[in-house]
Design a protein around this ligand. Structure first.
Ligand code: AR6
Length: 165
């Protein structure tokens, strides 16, 4: 696992993860950036998927992105932390890792799911992210995982969690 600060749409990895919504029809934030960079064919492919429940993951091609695949997942909306948000966020990371393995991806990049529009506190989300990915890699390594943060603050939270582990 490693942490970088940057734009996930530019990364030359096998797969990138999208922090989407249940409709899978695009939106703002990282979702908007991925759709812009991948081109309109991504939206067409997403339309055929018929949505994705919170915590689950769906795969499309990367189209015009450097990445071969986009793994779309839907993070929880933060409602104070007692509405199952940590388990749903952990499910996003676990299910995206499972899809990456199924695809045979050797490298995978995650954005900080739910920490933008969906309001999940960045420190708490980083804890779930690092722990869930570490758990998925334990006993089954072989995927290089990049936490592609959009701010130094977000990166610092991920680094701190990795050190604590
Ligand atoms: N590369 C990497 N990270 C990014 C990028 C980028 N190009 N752009 C933003 N981020 P958000 P959410 C960071 O709001 O909270 C959308 O409208 C951003 O700074 O994209 O899961 C969807 O359609 C933040 O740290 O996703 C949904 O409706 C992180 O990505 C909703 O937002 C996630 O922020 C999902 O909300």
């Amino acid at each position: 696992m490693r942490v970088i600060v940057g734009d996930i749409t530019t990364l030359d990895v096998d797969a990138i993860v999208n922090a989407a919504n249940e409709a899978l029809l695009g939106g703002g934030g990282v979702d908007g950036a991925i759709h812009r960079a991948a081109g309109p064919e991504l939206l067409e492919e997403c339309r055929a998927l018929g949505g994705c429940p919170t915590g689950e993951a769906r795969v499309t091609s990367g189209h015009r992105l450097p990445a071969k695949w986009v793994i779309h997942t839907v993070g929880p909306v933060w409602k104070g932390g007692t509405a199952g948000e940590p388990d749903l966020l952990a499910a996003c990371y676990r299910n995206a890792m499972a899809e990456a393995r199924r695809l045979g991806a050797a490298s995978l990049a995650f954005p900080a799911i739910s920490t933008g529009v969906y309001g999940y506190p960045a420190d708490l989300a980083a804890r779930v992210a690092v722990r869930s990915v570490a758990k998925a890699l334990r006993g089954n390594p072989g995927i290089e995982v990049v936490f592609c943060c959009f701010s130094e603050d977000s990166a610092a939270h991920h680094r701190a969690e990795m050190e604590e582990l």
